[in-house]
Design a protein around this ligand. Sequence first.
Ligand code: AHR
Length: 344
Amino acid sequence: MTKYRITKKIMLTLLVALFSASVSSCSPFNVDETTKNEKPYETETGENLIRVGFSQLGSESKWRRANSVSIKDSLKVENGFFLQFNNARQKQENQIKAIRGFISQQVNYIAFCPVTEDGWDTVLKEAKDAGIPVIIVDRQVSSDSSLYTTWIGENMRQEGENAGEGLAKVLEDRGRSHDKINIVELLGTRGSSSQIGRSIGFDTICDKHQNWVLLDREDGDFTTAKGQEIMAGFLEKYDNIDVVVCQNDDMAIGALQAMKNAGIDLYSPKKPIIISFDASRQGLELVTKGIIDVDVECNPASGPKLSEVIHELEMGNQVEKAYYMEEKVFTLLNASDYVDDRSY
Ligand code: AHR
């Protein structure tokens, strides 16, 4: 394991000369290409920073961008890290390529947010054979857990159940518990653990309500543009939508735009009930206005835990196999208490 100790002076020098290149980089190889220092992860006195290769799956949503900020803020030189950050732009092949790059550069740790659950076995075995610990962040992988050291992320299935229970409460408050309720769903990236978990969780609650009817569901890839496109299609196809479930706030914002374009008054009590996920600042603002009815939090601030876990491993300590982020559910009753402090 690498031992590190950095003086403030050295940290500053490194910050200016090297680190700025790495955080804005899209390529894991950029740092070595742009710096004149042959060993940017080594201080002038020969002490080592902990070299971490991080593959972010993309920047499809505000949540994702907040997650990247959290990782970069936590794995910085002041905390003993030399971070190589790669944005895979939504493609698993780019993530695999980046991880292979990290292996060939013999980083100390590899961390990544997997775009989908499946397809990681081979590259995880390669990292294991190279003796590099791997930490999975945010979404999960379907690979055998012996292939990675730990996972830090969100309980997607619980989030889906929270959304279903939130909807049941809204219907109860409106005296509609026994009405026929027509639901459409805008799903996140198909095959991602956030999509799979939220769908399973929501379906579990749906199954308990015989009067809830799932009219349609489509993959909106967690983006505003897709959310708007799919919702516009649903509105053309159905004139009896009671509930719109959007698997993130970005898609909800797109769906709301489509509803507005179709002439629906978003402030009317007759508008469809909107259930969303993430609880971004914009999402919470819409909750305070009564436009989004339930926003289930997905916590993107996994950087500090990632830093903590790596430091534990550096000290030779055992770590847990899974760490869950804390998450809340927001409605009109509590959203205004949190909206001002939301940074994303
Ligand atoms: O995996 C977390 C999900 O991915 C967030 O809900 C979404 O906004 C992001 O793109």
